[in-house]
Structures are given as C-alpha cells and as structure tokens.
Ligand binder design. Sequence first.
Ligand SMILES: *Cc1c(COP(=O)(O)O)cnc(C)c1O
Length: 465
Amino acid sequence: MKYISTRGAPAQKEFTDVLLEGLAPDGGLYVPVNFPKIDAGFLNDMQGKPYYDVAFHIIRLFATPSIPESDLQDILKKIYTRNEDRFPKDEVTPLVNLSDGFHILELFHGPTLAFKDVALQLLGELFDYILKKRNEKITIIGATSGDTGSAAIEGVKHCDNARIFILHPHNRTSQVQRRQMTTVLADNVYNIAIEGSFDDCQNIVKKLFGHNDFREKHNLSAVNSINWARIIAQTVYYVYAYLKIGKPLNFAVPTGNFGNVYAAYIARQIGVPINDLVIGSNRNDILTRFFKTGIMTVTDVEPSLSPSMDIQISSNLERYLFDLFDRDSDQLNAFMTDFKKTGTASIDNESLAKAQAIFSAYRCDDDMTLETIRTIESQYNYLCDPHTAVGVSAAIQHRKHRGDSRDSMVALACAHPAKFPDAIEKAVNHRPDLPYRLQDLYDRKERYTVLPADSQRVREFIENA
Ligand SMILES: *Cc1c(COP(=O)(O)O)cnc(C)c1O
C-alpha cells in the first residue's frame, strides 16, 4: 500500500515512511491511495480468530510490502497475546452485553487503562522495528495534560532506539495521571514537569520542533494522534467487534480528535457491514454542530468532565473531508484556508447529506454525562467513565431519534472509570475501585525533573540527557 497527502503533494510514500514522519511535509495528513476491500468470505474466515490474527489480516492490507508479512505477524503476536505487561485479559478488547442488542466494547485493559494503549503499544514496537532495520535513533518529544503522555511512555519504554521526553504542567495533572508517567523508570523515559500550564508545555514542544539544527541532530519525532499507524491499529477492534456480533451493526464513539471514529469509518470503507457511526461530543461540540449543519466554527474550549475530548479542532477530520470532497485536494485546501483565516468553513448541502448518511452526532453536556453514568449503573450495574458515558448517551439519543433499535449498537468504553474517580463520585456517590494494576501506584518510586517554562532550558536538558 502506498500513501498520499490530503493536501495534494505528488509524492507517494511507503507505510514505514508515513509511520516515522507522522505529518506530511505539505502540512497534510497521510491516507492510503485507495481502500482495499474485504468480502464476506474474508470475514467468515476470520470468525473466531484471536485478536492478533484479526489484527494481522487487517493491518497487512495497509503495511505490506513495506513491512514483510512474517515480521508483522511476529510483532502483532507479541503485542496482542495475553501478557501481564501489555494486555492481561483473555481478550484485548472484550465485548460486554448490557441488554438485547446493546453492547459495550471495552478498550481500557492496556497499561494506562485507556483506549490509546491499543494503538500506542503497537506504535512503539513498530518504531523500534524500523529504526533497528535502518540503524537510526529518534528522540520523541510531546506535551501532555495527563492521558496521552502516559500511553506514549508505556508504548515507547521497551524501545532500544527511541528516547521519549514528555512535558507535563507541574502540579496541574491529577496524582494518578502524574504517577502513571513518572513511575516508569526505564532508561529511555524522561518526564519533565514544567512550571507553567499545558499551553506552555505545548509551546515549548513547538519551539523545539521549529529549531532546525536541534530537530535534525536529534531526529525529533512525535507520536500525535494524526499518525496513520495509530488509526489502522484502531480499525482492528471494530472488525473484531463485528466478528463477535456477526451481523450489521452501529458504533457509538465518544469523539475528540476524530481519530477513533475515523478508524471505524475505515472499517466501514473496506467492507465491514457497519451502518451508522454515532458520534458523541461533550460541551465542546464543534463536531456535532458540523455534522448537524455542515458548518464548522471554532469556539473557546471549556473544561468538561471528559477532558480527553476538550478540543477545539478535530485534526483527523481532514482525512474524512478529503474523501467527502472526492479526494480533491484543491477543495480541501480551500476549506482549510477558510477555516484558518476566519474560524469558520462550510460544506454544501449535497456533501452534508453524504456525510449524514454515515455519521450522526449528538451532544452530551456534563449534567447528561452524570445522568448517563447513574442510569447505566442502576439499570445494568455497569460503571462507565465520563468519556464512555458521552458515547453511550449519543447511542441512546440516536436510538430515540431513529425510533428503532433493530440494529445492534456497540458503544466504545474508552477509559476505565478509576481514571476519573471525582466524576464517578459526583454521579453515583462512591469512588470506583482501583484495578489491581494501579493498586501499588502510590508506593512506586517516581522520577521527574522540574524545569521553568523556558524552551532553552528544556533543550539543554535534552542535550545533556
Ligand atoms: C483520546 C480520548 C478520546 C477521544 O478520542 P479521539 O480519537 O481523539 O476522537 C476519548 N476518550 C478518551 C478516554 C480518550 O483518551
């Protein structure tokens, strides 16, 4: 499979290049030149196969020949076979049945108890595989407000050829969040607590990437949510859920950067019998407004009970827009330029109808989030984290709106409730039990360095590390 940029640069790239580069040089996002198709026979053959094997049959379509099949198979087996260090359950992503035709796909059984582990565990291993082959080393730098940082650290800590530096705002993450990062004592992991805000952390990272000599000398890289390999790793669990249910279904996905639901769209595009993709957004509802009206307008971000979805712009939406515009980069560029200049951009009615034939979007504010956590606990004795609740609420709203519940609905559980104990307590008056993985978190040794919000000091730290 070859890849092109959504912004129209003529070069075609290999999977391994796309993996290491992340963003395309013209500022666009990489997408495959076409979508491979699978058929009913293919799906039939995969019935009952273990997760790593399903992963192999899907990812192979996108990663070969740039990664040879046998190597890919070894890597996937290593990551997605039951393993205390990575995914300790019998299944990587268990499907829980709440009621007739309503299911929860649990994506939170990885090391940091959130769905990002499913992709980042693989990404770290793929990085190391390619870097060793090329005899290269990289330095990964990222800023985090809490969650992505720990998933990236857990993904990279086994790598011999990558170092990772994660900046978090000093004393502004939760204790659990900080300790999930700072108690990883691997030699290639560096946690930096910046005396400032998350924005300060992000600005420092941007400055470091903008420093050409430094960037080249250390082979800087990022593991952000636009990396194509993360998307395709996530497509696997949609296929896996379909195989368990065995008939056409809908997915409800709590959405921030549009990465997770775009992975579902890929599953649909390659031929998995998926009907509706239901998007849930919190009070920061730019996506819901877009899919309802065809107008995308930026607003300020307000903090919510589902912080991993508190975003202003959904970066992966660009990949879907590219398809919506029949892969016309000029039209996409015009849309993006409009949006950047004026903070608003729109699509025509025909395109909107096309988008709405696949995506439905619903908003779920903090009150509704708490209400949903309460209802699902009392009706089904199942505890949802606040992100999961946003998706579940969207699923319920969708069924009401459509007036039928014939299709099976799978709502994605994106984080373990124990990651958000305050919100859970607010909803149901008790705090969730810490899973065994985190039980000794407060006894573990921490290691991190506190630095001022000054990019030069951070650069010196990295130089001397
Ligand atoms: C990242 C994240 C999301 C949002 O996913 P996107 O791929 O950005 O749409 C939702 N819930 C949790 C718990 C997350 O960590």
